[in-house]
Design a protein around this ligand. Sequence first.
Ligand SMILES: [Zn+2]
Length: 335
Amino acid sequence: MQRGRLNMVQLVYHRMLFSTGILALKRKLRPRNTITVLAYHTLESPRFLRNVLGIHSSEADFNAQIDYIASHHAVLSMSELLSILSFRMSAPENAVVITFDDGYADVYNIAYPRMKALGLPGTVFLTTESVTCQRSIWTNRLYGFIEAAANRKVILEFDGRKPLALDLTDAHSRMSGALAVCGLLKTMSPEERQTALHAVARALGVDPQFDPIEQLPMLSWDQVSILHREGFTIGSHTVTHPILSMCSEERQWMELSESKQEIETRLNAPCRVLAYPNGQTGDTSDATRAIAKECGYEAGFRFTAGPVRSGTDPFDTPRHPVFEVPVASFAVALA
Ligand SMILES: [Zn+2]
């Protein structure tokens, strides 16, 4: 569900479905016992991040989508979803679960007040180091480097890999450059990626410590505590947001167990669920899922779309990525 991927014909078609009774009929014909788990990221990102990867929604779109869900769907809490997955219970019609990844402060500032007013439960998956240290996730630091680059034409060279030529002279080339570098760094182990990130900063003429955190703040633990007290489920999104399948098993243990422990210590409550960073097919392995189970998680969530029903493997639970789309297209995707 991303505005950039929709053409004008699709937008008009969605508006037509939305403004007629056809959508209500489509909802009625939706397979029973199917749950849609929605995955949001941030709702008020700076422009340079908004253009990259499309993980961002907007406050206006989010509010319209949440209002729509409240009046047309049954919103389940994470604990209700876990019961359905674990005990193979049936789900109510048109069931939806609302989740947020990474732990951006706008979950507290924008999503929570709106959802509280409508009585809707939600789940936030935290990258714990980013919350504790108030530090951007490495992908956002990389995008910040590219936006702040003093050197606009560079060739990046990493050990054992093909050199990557970057032309960052306009917004479009910066976006494709950011995607190319990010894609390459995602194929590295966390240790190799850390070295590469510094090398990228130096090549671009940016201080490797530069962090665009003020433009996209993370939740504080005080805000997380309030969300938890108000009924939000707090899950783990690892400690440092690595691609888990690129990590050694030892590193995966650290990422999954330490983030869980930190959340449990801070909130004095069990951390039952995990969202895999990046969450695409291939970003986890059998070992990842086995480690997640051994750490005591009850479910692991992907970032790829698909229906969830009683019988879905809880450690391979799909979610619908939600980006900046008008409510009509959002409603059509949900129906
Ligand atoms: Zn993430």
